[in-house]
Design a protein around this ligand. Structure first.
Ligand code: SF4
Length: 345
């Protein structure tokens, strides 16, 4: 529909809402119905047999693969106790024999220029010259020869990008929040860091498989609706002063049938107490889950009321300690004043 009727000449009007504004809702509804019927009867746009050259960066003839030989040899990764953990969580063997995909865990999705140049260099020397940025805010290096994993790990360590725990609960996803977004209420990246710290000492395998996602406002750039545990920023006025809060959601993500489900809203909590709430939920989960039960099933079985009761004292603390008036990472009291920003979703 947008392809046919949308405005691709003006970025400010390149959205479906402008078609509806110009042509009216009745027209849009009728046109959508007509289009849907035609898809049902004619099968819609035919899928191409092969991926077109250049589509999503696809190249029919892949660039030459790096051998890894030119990477610096520093220290001995084999003696690093974290190397084994990194192999276990950040490396997957590819179906192409002898190659692996390395996931580089990027805390809060933040990379320095030096780190970006370093990653490009590693990908060129030991991969397929491509960097793939994932929805989990990590970077993937493909076609890394298995025999060179130690060198790649050592090179990543030089860049301080060797953290293990990719795809685990500690790999928290957050939007940039109030650091660069004009719509943000809270500094989500700092919450992400605090949560990462909170969950890092859980060794329980099923806890490690969970996901945490947070956004700085009800928009969902941090994908909070589809995390096992989600948060989005809001604010409350207590005693005439603004306090940063987060709404906590539980049970989002894929269900047992592979269908993506939204999490259920549990409780709005002062930002500083969100990690305490996460700890209570995880401890309760470990103690009360049933065999083979997914986190979502556990949440549904215990019902939202259980989690509301579990965190009720945190939602409205009898007395707010002075630090509750501050967001994570802030030196001054929280306020809703608008800062300069580059993103407005
Ligand atoms: S608009 Fe998006 S980036 Fe900005 S705070 Fe909200 S969720 Fe985060």
């Amino acid at each position: 529909m947008f392809n046919k009727y949308g405005n691709r000449g003006n970025k400010n009007k390149a959205r479906f809402e402008f078609i509806i504004r110009e042509r009216g809702w009745d027209w849009a509804k009728e046109a959508i119905d007509k289009e849907y019927q035609s898809i049902l009867s004619e099968g819609g746009i035919a899928m191409p047999d092969s991926v077109p050259e250049g589509f999503g960066g696809f190249q029919a003839v892949p660039p030459p693969l790096g051998t890894g030989e030119l990477l610096p040899v520093i220290g001995s990764a084999g003696l690093d106790p974290e190397y084994e953990r990194w192999l276990e969580t950040n490396v997957r063997e590819q179906k192409q024999t002898g190659y692996s995909v390395v996931t580089v865990r990027v805390s809060n999705g933040n990379l320095t220029g030096n780190q970006m140049r370093g990653l490009a260099d590693i990908s060129e020397r030991a991969g397929d010259q491509l960097l793939r940025f994932t929805l989990d805010q990590d970077v993937m290096l493909g076609f890394v020869p298995l025999r060179n994993l130690k060198r790649v790990y050592a090179a990543l360590k030089q860049l301080n990008l060797h953290a293990f725990g990719a795809h685990e609960i500690r790999d928290v996803v957050t939007c940039p929040g109030a650091y660069s977004c004009n719509l943000a209420l809270t500094k989500t990246m700092n919450l992400g860091e605090a949560l990462e710290h909170t969950v890092s000492d859980y060794e329980d395998t099923r806890v490690k498989r969970l996901t945490i996602r947070a956004s700085g406002c009800p928009n969902s750039c941090g994908q909070h609706w589809i995390g096992d545990i989600g948060f989005y920023g809001n604010a409350r006025k207590i005693g005439g002063k603004e306090v940063p809060y987060y709404q906590m959601l539980l049970g989002g993500g894929q269900d047992e049938a592979g269908m993506t489900r939204f999490g259920m809203a549990v409780q709005s909590l002062p930002a500083k107490l969100a990690p305490t709430a996460v700890r209570r939920v995880l401890d309760h989960y470990i103690a009360n889950r049933a065999d083979g039960e997914t986190f979502r099933e556990y949440v549904l079985r215990h019902k939202i009321e259980t989690f509301r009761a579990m965190t009720a004292d945190l939602a409205k603390p009898a007395e707010l300690a002075p630090e509750m008036y501050r967001d994570w990472g802030d030196e001054e009291d929280f306020s809703l004043k608008l800062g300069r920003g580059e993103c407005a979703a």
